[in-house]
Design a protein around this ligand. Sequence first.
Ligand code: MRU
Length: 353
Amino acid sequence: MSTPAADPIPRSVSWRRGRVRILDQRALPHRVLHVECTTADDVCDAIARLVVRGAPALAVAGAYGVALAAHRSRSPAAVDAAARRLAAARPTAVNLARGVEQALRAYRRGGAAGALACAEALAEDDVARNRAIGAHGAGVVADGARVLTHCNAGALACVGYGTALGVIRAAAEQGRRVHVWVGETRPVLQGARLTAWELGRLGIEATLVADTVPASLMARGEIDVVVVGADRIAANGDVANKIGTYALAVLARQHGVPFYVAAPTATIDLATPDGDAIVIEERDPAEVLTVAGVPVAPREARARNPAFDVTPARLVTGVVTEVGIARPPYRRSLPSHVRRAPAPPGVTVAAHP
Ligand code: MRU
């Protein structure tokens, strides 16, 4: 399924005339710019610098990166090496390594054309799965609901439609009145720059708040449900997502607010037993010492910048996937979702590689 022409959110990543074309998310919301990658290392760089970000978008960018390497080099060893660099460009989202691996397998079977066909299929597949996530999850957003989301789990974080924002979007498309509280998401402000922009383009009512505000909103009864995305979901249901997610889950539990995670089954990593085993990316402290590139701390200040945190499974009300809503106990429900999900393009066994 392709992104409909009328979709107000531009596609995050695509293949155009032998290049990987990436919407530059660093420039949003003020400018809609694209970066043209001509080598796999350009794609690695774009991933590391957050030109493209969000777990499902990383999978597709990684797969296109393999296709680019395969088109540039006749050496399988060089393609393998490029794939290793791509998979390592960011460690937390399992989707990236999976997308790279799938394209590499397709390359081994069908050469450069096979890798590109795999990347294109993954891109189309992403949109279809996100629409299914939206259809399954829309029911958690009641008419008149005030929904809190964090970071950006919208079309920009995928190829199209979005996961957490897909759930909200589907509820709005079903005619429900929705108001979205958008956490700004320091340090690099994906909520303020990207989610607020997407919701504006979709015509969904939204209010931006500083990351420190949801506690008092919940205490006043002004948040009905929390819906966030995920970068990796361990076998026991622990969820790695953007830093700050864990705090919101604790607050939600304290205030009796349901806390949902929306993600494709490709984000479920049954090989990772629990959250302790998830590698949390540490990013450049400069992102904390600045706001939009402007220094805000004393020159001598030190900073720490973990990009993700882990929300324990016991705080998660449900995980919305393309199959339905997985409920606790997650050790039982998550493997069942993985088994029941359609196999990713080019993969004939039910379990994801
Ligand atoms: O550092 P980012 O912007 O890549 O982090 C993204 C997130 O944490 C998203 O919530 C997650 O990838 C889900 S995207 C559908």
